[in-house]
Design a protein around this ligand. Structure first.
Ligand SMILES: [Fe+2]
Length: 230
């Protein structure tokens, strides 16, 4: 398999390029509009055919590259079923598989950070690779205080879906602010401070008292992203 973890240093966003192999069909998860030239270069150098560009949710902190990538490659702009966007050319439901040759990427509906948040599990690799968007971060979790976020739903998504995956499942988050690149479900269960709680109520108390400022780009990014960043 071909796998690249790409970083946007302006917004601390990770994007992920997956393909069967060089010269094969590819997909991008959570691509950033400012990085399109870099994606174009990689796609052409590795002779990839970009067929899907996927957003884990409507982002508030960066502008998505989905619209630009569709213009360039006619790829499917892919969102979860609940995303409040007009520009999706493919929507996935909980449990649905996106196939890319022998690669199988399973959509998992994980509301909480937003009501349209999905994680994507690459089940065809061992260990499995989980792309968590902003639902589960390394030693953190995504905020739940805007875009129909809900701490109780996030608790359910985390504890009843993601943390039930095998301990060796690799966790690739949508952001990292401390230089971490990858973790595992087992590691997060043990060391993620947000997950050391005994009840949903305790989790909600933590999340409801974070008092974070709004993301810098929020007023620009959310409206732009509802139109795939175009
Ligand atoms: Fe987000």
């Amino acid at each position: 398999m071909l796998f690249r973890q790409l970083f946007d240093e302006a917004t601390w966003t990770y994007s992920y390029l997956l393909a069967e192999s060089e010269g094969g069909k590819a997909l991008l998860i959570d691509p950033v509009r400012e990085k399109v030239p870099q994606y174009q270069q990689l796609v052409s150098e590795l002779e990839l055919q970009l067929v899907y560009a996927i957003d884990t949710h409507v982002h508030a902190d960066h502008i998505t590259a989905l619209g630009k990538l569709r213009e360039l490659y006619q790829c499917e702009t892919t969102f979860g079923d609940q995303a409040p966007v007009q520009c999706a050319s493919r929507r996935v439901k909980d449990g649905e598989i996106i196939a890319l040759g022998h690669l199988q990427l399973k959509a998992i509906y994980t509301p909480g950070h937003t009501d349209d948040s999905y994680c994507f599990l690459l089940t065809s690799e061992k260990p499995q690779m989980l792309f968590t968007g902003d639902t589960l971060l390394i030693r953190g979790t995504g905020r739940t205080d805007f875009q129909q976020g809900d701490a109780r739903q996030q608790y359910d998504s985390l504890f009843n879906k993601l943390l039930k995956l095998p301990a060796d499942t690799l966790v690739y988050p949508g952001h990292d602010y401390k230089g971490m690149t990858v973790s595992t479900i087992g590691e997060e269960k043990r060391f993620n401070p947000r997950l050391q709680v005994n009840s949903a109520e305790e989790y909600c108390r933590i999340m409801d008292n974070l008092n974070l400022p709004n993301p810098k780009l929020m007023d620009v990014a959310v409206p732009a992203n509802l139109g795939c960043g175009l």
